[in-house]
Design a protein around this ligand. Structure first.
Ligand SMILES: Nc1ncnc2c1ncn2[C@@H]1O[C@H](COP(=O)(O)OP(=O)(O)O)[C@@H](O)[C@H]1O
Ligand SMILES: [Mg+2]
Length: 375
């Protein structure tokens, strides 16, 4: 539909505080994408407090992600359930099962592997509240993390805490096996909040001093950690100082550019439709709420169209570029490499670089050396 490679895009919806509207927004975005003809999957990853099925009016007993985690089902795809919206499928979350809220790391990787191979154009991961590792990890591996906040001080600070925790967690996950950089990050993470530095610029300087070969990877982290912000339940034309503060805080304290995607208005009638949000969207078609969802959906879709159109993957690589990409591969997480080992993939770089680069892009890795320069 979008691209010959048909890579699916994974959005995650997080934000720290419970009740700010993550799940309602996930259903609204999923419905808007499906109505555009995109095959869309909503995955309820609020492990332990799932409610997407309720918002979608699914009352019958259905298989849930618990069945996958408890190995009663071999694949996530088997859990896909149709909803009242054509093209929108649901992977239902689990009612509380002991131990479920904190799956082991390998299980999270397995869930993500299965998410990446779902038959869909877009997958939306609806995450739980708080900054549990599982929430941060799912947020960190998605293509676009969407942070939802209400315009109140408490919720905004929670959103900041969430973005910061997600960045730290991502850096930790990437560099944990690096003998020089891993300990630098760990030491900083353990400091008191007020003394913590860990901006991307600061870490880049540290890496320049200790392990300059890792700079391309750091660049990649910088390019890939680009959360976007949606403010929910805000009076339409109200200028929100808190939001500006949040964006400034992310930029100054973390070195993260937080892009503000839109403000969803308070929708009074939602409460009449909590057992059928698609019916709410239908009945409110043309309302400010629906128009805003539409605008946000278009922005998200266009970001990827633009990325894809402007960036043409090279077919020939110079020796310098090959070494650069191999250095990048050395720093990637083990989970990137399937089918054969990292070393095999590195060697393959010498005789089939374009195939390796296509593989890496398919696994969500991006680097300037992959693409023709646009100038
Ligand atoms: N834009 C909105 N306007 C009015 N009420 C909303 C809006 N978004 C969410 N809500 C209300 O907030 C409640 C919590 O939303 P939910 O999406 O379940 O939060 P979360 O997933 O972040 O915990 C919903 O049941 C709904 O009543
Ligand atoms: Mg929720």
């Amino acid at each position: 539909m979008m691209n010959s490679k048909k890579r699916k895009i994974i959005f995650s919806v997080g934000g720290g505080k419970g009740g700010v509207g993550k799940s309602i927004f996930s259903v609204s975005l999923g419905t808007a994408l499906a109505k555009d003809g995109y095959r869309t999957v909503l995955a309820d990853l609020d492990l332990g407090a799932a409610n997407l099925h309720t918002y979608l009016g699914i009352v019958s007993e259905t298989p849930t992600i618990a069945d996958f985690i408890l190995k009663k089902t071999a694949s996530l795809e088997e859990l896909l359930m149709e909803t009242s919206v054509r093209g929108l499928n649901l992977i239902s979350g689990a009612e509380f099962v002991p131990g479920m809220a904190n799956p082991a790391h390998w299980m999270k990787l397995k869930i993500m592997r299965h998410v990446k191979s779902l038959p869909a154009d877009y997958v939306i991961l609806d995450l739980g509240a708080g900054v549990h590792f599982n929430t941060l990890d799912f947020f960190g591996v998605s293509d676009r993390g969407i942070v939802i906040t209400a315009p109140e001080p408490g919720a905004v600070m929670n959103a900041y805490g969430f973005i910061k925790a997600a960045l730290f967690r991502k850096l930790q996950n990437i560099f944990r096996r690096h003998s020089a950089i891993g300990p630098i990050i760990d030491a900083e993470t353990q400091k008191k909040e007020a003394e913590k530095i860990l901006t991307l610029d600061w870490l880049t300087e540290k890496i320049r001093g200790t392990a300059p070969d890792m700079l391309p990877l750091m660049d990649e982290v910088r390019q890939s950690f680009t959360p976007v912000l949606v403010v929910n339940r805000i009076p339409a034309e109200q200028k929100n100082v808190l939001v500006k503060n949040l964006i400034d805080l992310c930029s100054n304290k973390l070195g993260v550019h937080l892009h503000h995607l839109g403000n969803l208005p308070e929708a009074q009638t939602i409460s009449n439709y909590l057992l059928d949000i698609p019916a709410f969207l239908e009945s409110e078609a043309g309302s400010l709420y629906c128009e805003t969802v539409e605008k946000i959906k278009n922005r998200l879709v266009n970001q990827y169209k633009i990325d894809r159109r402007n960036r043409e993957v090279k077919s020939d690589f110079t020796d310098g570029e090959i070494s650069e990409i191999i250095a990048l591969m050395e720093g990637l997480d083990n989970s990137i490499f399937r089918d054969s080992t990292r070393d095999t993939w590195k060697l393959r770089m010498y005789f089939k670089p374009a195939a390796v680069v296509q593989y890496l892009i398919g696994r969500g890795v991006s680097h300037d050396a992959f693409y023709e320069s646009s100038s």
